[in-house]
Design a protein around this ligand. Structure first.
Ligand code: NAD
Length: 448
């Protein structure tokens, strides 16, 4: 039996044969024009590169190229003024070979099935990179939550949950927060599911409020993970942590927590931005103040502790570390040649297009890929699921220690692989995760 296992050894005799054997892979859309901004194709082009290097078996290659299940639901919602609007919601289970599907739910006008498919695949690779026993999923509803009242959002969430309820469950599909969803939304998902099951099921979602089975440290986990792997990258590159300059695009859950923790580690966050634009201050932005401002005003619009710059300019700043923590496709072949950051820590999912990858590589920019950089969130989601199922809850220190252990070990695994096979961190991360998923597929075999 031939397993697509990646060697982590530094012994050259033990390394797998990585000669390109592209003719072994039959690609149905091989010659199709690659749309730089199609997130699923962006994910697939990285997948293909890693698959070729792994010499993945064609059958397993085909299986891993297709999502297991794609659900589309229409969600009627009565608005506060009595009008009815019908929203579209998606849930995609990409791969469940290693365990229950795991992945967030986002509410955003830009949500498409292609995007949800890509995000679900990324979740599959992400869980495998940090080696937690989950598959990958994602969900989304096309809506503008900033224009909806709290009660409209609650009705939307509950109806969406009811629409996809047959896939949900602690052993089958476990959502979490993502763009524009939060603890409160997760509480509604958990309650709706529990009402249908006729008993309380805390482990059906993660990222819940701590009072109802959430984990301490979950809200901060993704930003904390970004900070932890950036520290490892700085160490690897021989750069000082203290005084490191950082720019953060996206000032929501991931971006604001990462910015706050960078400051606590002695770094200087010189720029932050959100959907309303960005702010630059060469002396450092007072992050506590900015967080309090956004809490009150929902965005950074009107925030004045710095000069207003555009989000595009923020990405081109001459900083040590750039953390894109908003949406995908912000680093493209157009702006990558002008970027000056030394390290890019991908807090968001898919912020860099595949076409931009090689440009950043040529420029010597060290990229900590999304499936590693932002895996802190799903890691503590895993801790939350474990705690819910065990009915025994950990202290915040235990959560943070275990998170640190997993993030630093995963960074080292990917770095070792990248050095061993002389490939960028992103390719190494894909090789590691795809080989882990492929190995389980091989061991399990194809049912029926
Ligand atoms: P969030 O909704 O809390 O924050 C998103 C931020 O991005 C907001 O500040 C918003 O204003 C900003 N934004 C939106 N559109 C923008 C634009 N066009 N330009 C600049 N900024 C813009 O979401 P989040 O949970 O922080 O997620 C951010 C990213 O991190 C997403 O890609 C998400 O998939 C990814 N992620 C989140 C988690 C998590 O635990 N929350 C885990 C892993 C990955």
């Amino acid at each position: 039996m031939r397993l697509a296992l990646v060697s982590l050894t530094s012994d050259p005799d033990m390394a797998p044969d990585l000669r390109l054997k592209t003719d072994r892979i039959i690609r149905p859309d091989k010659d199709r024009f690659l749309n730089e901004e199609n997130p699923f194709e962006a994910m697939m082009s990285r997948f293909d590169r890693a698959a070729e290097l792994l010499d993945l078996e064609p059958g397993i290659y085909k299986v891993l190229r297709h999502p297991e299940k794609q659900i589309i639901v229409s969600i009627p919602v009565t608005h506060d003024n009595g009008d009815v609007e019908v929203y579209t919601g998606y849930r995609v289970l990409y791969n469940t070979s290693r365990g229950p599907a795991k992945g967030g739910i986002r509410f955003d006008m830009q949500v498409t099935l292609e995007e949800v498919k890509a995000l679900a695949a990324w979740m599959t690779w992400k869980c495998a990179v940090v080696n937690i026993p989950f598959g990958g999923a994602k969900g989304g509803v096309v809506c503008d939550p900033l224009k909806m009242s709290v009660s409209e959002l609650e009705r939307l969430t509950r109806r969406y949950t009811a629409g996809i309820i047959h896939t949900l469950g602690p052993d089958s599909d476990v959502p979490a927060p993502d763009v524009n969803t939060n603890e409160r939304v997760m509480a509604w998902v958990m309650d709706t599911y529990s009402m249908h099951m006729r008993h309380t099921v805390t482990a059906v979602v993660t990222g819940k409020p701590v009072e109802m089975g959430g984990s301490l440290g979950r809200r901060e986990a993704t930003g904390r993970g970004c900070m932890l792997v950036t520290k490892e990258a700085l160490r690897h590159l021989g750069m000082e942590l203290k005084g490191t300059t950082v720019a953060v695009q996206g000032f929501g859950n991931v971006g604001s927590v990462a910015a706050d923790l960078f400051v606590k580690e002695g770094c200087k966050v010189v720029a932050i931005g959100d959907r309303s634009g960005a702010v630059y201050n060469k002396n450092g932005i007072p992050i506590d103040e900015a967080i309090a401002y956004v809490k009150q005003h929902r965005t950074l619009e009107g925030y004045t502790s710095g000069d207003r710059i555009s989000n595009d300019d923020l990405l081109l700043l001459d900083v040590d570390v750039l953390v894109p923590a908003a949406l995908e496709n912000v680093i493209t072949s157009k702006n990558a040649p002008k970027m000056r950051a030394k390290i890019v820590c991908e807090g968001a999912n898919g912020p860099t297009t595949a076409a931009a990858d090689s440009i950043l590589e040529e420029k010597g920019i060290f990229v900590i890929p999304d499936i590693l950089a932002n895996a802190g969130g799903v890691t503590v989601s895993y801790f939350e699921w474990v705690q819910d199922r065990g009915g025994y809850f950990w202290t915040e220190d235990v959560v943070n220690d275990r998170l640190r252990e997993i993030m630093t070990r995963s960074f080292a695994d990917v770095l070792n692989l990248s050095k061993l096979h002389k490939v960028p961190m992103r390719t190494a991360a894909y090789m590691l995760s795809i080989s882990r998923v492929a190995t389980v597929h091989k061991l399990r075999g194809i049912y029926a």
